[in-house]
Design a protein around this ligand. Sequence first.
Ligand SMILES: Nc1ncnc2c1ncn2[C@@H]1O[C@H](COP(=O)(O)OP(=O)(O)O)[C@@H](O)[C@H]1O
Ligand SMILES: Cc1ncc(COP(=O)(O)OP(=O)(O)O)c(N)n1
Length: 274
Amino acid sequence: MDVVMTIAGSDSGGGAGIQADLKTFQELKAFGTSVITALTAQNTMGVDGIFPTTPDFVAQQMNSVFQDFDVKALKTGMLFSAEIIETVAAILKEQDFQIVIDPVMIAKGGASLLQQEAVVALNTKLLPLATVLTPNIPEAEVISGVAIRKEEDIEIAAKIILEKGVQCVVMKGGHLEDLQQATDTVFFSDGTSFKMQSKRIQTKHTHGTGCTFSAAITAFLGKGYSLQEAIIAAKHFVQRAIAHPLNLGHGHGPTNHFAYQEHKETDEVLVYES
Ligand SMILES: Nc1ncnc2c1ncn2[C@@H]1O[C@H](COP(=O)(O)OP(=O)(O)O)[C@@H](O)[C@H]1O
Ligand SMILES: Cc1ncc(COP(=O)(O)OP(=O)(O)O)c(N)n1
């Protein structure tokens, strides 16, 4: 059994964070371990409170797992503070496995899940360790300093991000204004790139899409897929999870992790060189 890890915040509503990650790992038959950076009191309508873990206890959780398990791939999500990022980066520097960084910053309802002053630590300490970084458009703007208004801006921002030491960046298109397609563009440090395009689902139930996507990349990497195969397979996973909502809660409901196994017929992801 392949062991993977998530280092992220807990979402009491179960749609994002650690809960989304573990559900994704489970559906993809990877054994999930977890390091909790913060508790959030949260539901589909928003974040009501945040209670961060101490950096020392984050380190203790990581070390407990690493002493006992052969972790194949790992993802980070909500890291909250510069101190937690520095602690996580110092431990990861000593390890040798593939690292997926989902640079979680702002929740859908507007709550800040990363302190503003932590962006420097994210850029300088964690990004150089990333096998793959998965920013949405607003996150890519903060990390690169480029305002993304048109197609060309995505490539300019991606190049700046790759210069920070990231091996591959997936610029997620969920926040773009295209009403027909959800298009993600993948850039590698060797200069190659490709696009993944799927039908944009008209739904408000997209809470946790980013967490689910990055967790799926992690699970597929842990199972031995190549980086490109893992990213494409993860796009299929998230497309099915959005296309078959569970209709839970009164706000932005969670994606449906069961859909990957239950609706193999539905999704189509077009992959082409860009
Ligand atoms: N309405 C949608 N229909 C289909 N795919 C979507 C939709 N919204 C987001 N996605 C996809 O979900 C993944 C997460 O993207 P995004 O929503 O941009 O991230 P985040 O949750 O971090 O803001 C990407 O692969 C994106 O293309
Ligand atoms: C605890 C926690 N972690 C991450 C998020 C953000 O999740 P994301 O997948 O980016 O989805 P939305 O916030 O856009 O729904 C979160 N809300 N909580």
